[in-house]
Design a protein around this ligand. Structure first.
Ligand code: HC1
Ligand code: SF4
Length: 572
């Protein structure tokens, strides 16, 4: 053990500990900016280039985040010298930063802004030359504004080391350094999967989502349109965080009530379509499993993951399930079945998806996802954007009385809600596949090996004497590992679930920012599991509205009508 003093407190920590970690151990806060430690999610940014965490070590100033403790050190984190150093480094950063905070997309959520407030910066002393680069708003999901970049490299660490996609890189040296894409290509023309994880860790407004709020407001004001909204499983366990509610609070009723107050004509649930997805996907799996063809089947509801396999493993494009993702299925069912039921012309229906994800914006714009001749989904709004809309409309979210989803596309089972947490789609599939294979109801519906934030989870489930080998990966780096295993030995797994974001959709790029708190993710996952346990029905085939949909409209799962509306193909 190493013994040292921090602000006169005796500390004893193992060799190899940084000053920052040692300080944390004795509850001494040292401000940081580029540093971000989410090691249980496989992410640590150790660039040490912002110099905000400078502390006094005897006569020297050192960065706390990458200086290892030494025996007998006497560290002062809050001396006037340390504070002035920190402030000066922040002022230098601000001197090369736009001053449009009042209208910045990150206003109120920016770590640079919070730090300037916390360090009581009142003037920007150094007003020298400023670098300026064009903004990239070529994609449907992400806007990059390099002028707001502080070169913390969190995004490049995420994109290269964790997601292993390799879209973002830093080029140039010193003052001319910029984070960009290869050959400065617009994002839309790169291999970016739009997972939004770079955005989720960006401390400033340098990477942000494309907002669809104004299009939604326009649709709500258009009296010729019927505006239908659906909400993804993971939104209801995170939205409350934007209103300072306890993390993991389930706010389904308040979310529905707010959407009704905003003026949506119908408030439905993506969970309904998640049950539908299970009916189609389990049918597909059982068929492939019986014929031992095209295994392992890969889940296809995560658009980033789909783009990843299209770019990086296109030799495996015969194995993803052909099912559209639930929110896309929802869109095509709304513009066909529901339109017919309500005597509406699909051209007059606007489908809005509230999603924890920015890749869903890109997905909604994939041309093939338009089974009725109109885009299945018109606009995608993230959890954060929904919070902004609720605030825009002065809705008292904390105190609004709960409301229920509308019928018939609002009914769902517990199998649907667990889609929002890694391992959930797999578990939901197994609950229904078991019934399809055996004709019996599965008694113990929880597969605990598939729960939690571990990057790769494996399980073997015995169905009528036959082992079904399953695995789930969250994060694209883990997906890559799992796919490499599956490529080497196609018989190793029968079903694989992949979600591009940490913990699954609960950790999506459109969710409230974690700001270094991976425990928030665990609380959201626990809330998802709780919502499942609270549901009277927990298997998709028990959903009465789904049974009715097949009876009245689709026929059997896997029918030609179901294929026309609910399945898709992939781009090689
Ligand atoms: Fe997801 Fe899905 S679970 S992809 O993670 O299959 O975004 O929440 O809506 O479509 O249902 C996201 C979440 C979501 C779809 C479903
Ligand atoms: Fe990389 Fe994902 Fe960001 Fe695209 S969205 S640049 S893949 S981290």
């Amino acid at each position: 053990m190493i013994n040292l003093k921090i602000n006169n407190k005796e500390v004893s920590v193992p060799n190899g500990t940084t000053i920052l970690e040692a300080a944390k151990k004795v509850n001494i806060h040292i401000p940081t900016l580029c540093h971000l430690d989410l090691h249980d999610l496989g992410f640590v940014n150790e660039e040490a280039n912002c110099r905000i965490c400078m502390v006094e070590n005897g006569k020297k100033m050192v960065p706390a985040c990458n200086t290892l403790v030494k025996e007998g050190m006497d560290i002062k984190t809050n001396s006037i010298k340390a504070i002035n150093f920190r402030k000066m480094n922040l002022e230098l950063l601000l001197s090369n930063h736009p001053k449009d905070c009042l209208v910045c997309n990150k206003n109120g959520r920016c770590e640079l802004q919070s730090l300037a407030a916390a360090l009581n910066v009142r003037e920007i002393k150094y007003d020298g030359e400023r670098m300026t680069f064009p903004t990239d708003n070529s994609s449907y999901s992400i806007i990059r504004d390099p002028d707001k970049c502080i070169l913390c490299k969190r995004c490049t660490t995420m994109c290269n080391n964790v997601q292993t996609v390799g879209t973002l890189t830093d080029v140039g040296r010193g003052f001319n350094t910029v984070v960009t894409t290869a050959m400065h290509r617009p994002m839309i023309d790169t291999n970016c999967t739009f997972c939004g994880q770079c955005l989720a860790v960006c401390p400033t407004g340098a990477i942000s989502e494309v907002s669809n709020i104004s299009q939604v407001y326009k649709a709500l004001m258009d009296e010729t349109k019927t505006v239908v909204v659906q909400t993804a499983p993971a939104v209801r366990v995170a939205l409350g965080e934007e209103f300072y509610m306890e993390e993991g609070t389930i706010v389904t009723g308040k979310m529905v009530a707010s959407l009704k107050q905003m003026g949506f004509d119908y408030v439905f649930d993506t969970n309904f379509a998640a049950d539908l997805t299970i009916m189609e996907e389990a049918t597909e799996f059982v068929e492939r499993f019986k014929t031992k063809k095209n295994l392992p089947i890969l889940t296809s509801c995560c658009p980033s993951w789909v783009k990843f396999i299209e770019h990086k493993f296109n030799n495996l494009l015969d194995i993803p399930s052909t099912c559209k993702s639930p929110h896309e299925m929802f869109g095509s069912i709304t513009k066909s079945y529901f339109a017919k039921k309500m005597n509406l012309d699909p051209k007059d229906i606007v489908v809005v998806s509230i999603m924890p994800c920015v890749a869903k914006k890109y997905e909604a714009n994939r041309k093939e996802l338009s089974s009725t001749g109109y885009a299945d989904v018109d606009y995608v709004v993230t959890t954060r954007e929904l919070a902004t809309m609720i605030k825009d409309m002065n809705i008292d979210f904390k105190n609004i009385e709960d409301a229920e989803f509308d019928d018939p596309l609002g009914e769902s089972t517990g199998a649907a809600v667990i889609f929002g947490a890694s391992g959930g789609v797999l578990e939901a599939t197994l609950r229904t596949a078991y019934n399809m294979i055996t004709g019996e109801d599965l008694k113990n519906v929880e597969f605990h090996d598939l729960e939690g934030i571990k990057g790769i989870k494996e399980a073997v489930v015995n169905i009528q004497g036959t082992d079904v080998k399953v695995a789930a990966a969250n994060g694209l780096g883990n997906a890559r590992k799992l796919l490499e295993m599956a490529s080497e030995d196609r018989s190793r797994f029968d079903v694989i679930e992949i979600m591009a974001c940490p913990g699954g959709c609960v950790g999506g790029g459109g969710q409230p920012f974690l700001r270094g708190r991976s425990d928030k993710l665990i609380k959201r996952m626990n809330a998802i599991r709780e919502e499942d346990r609270n549901k009277p029905l927990r298997k998709s085939y028990e959903n009465e509205s789904i049974k009715k949909l097949y009876k009245e409209f689709l026929g059997e799962p896997g029918s030609s009508k179901a294929h026309e509306l609910l399945h898709t193909s992939y781009i090689e």
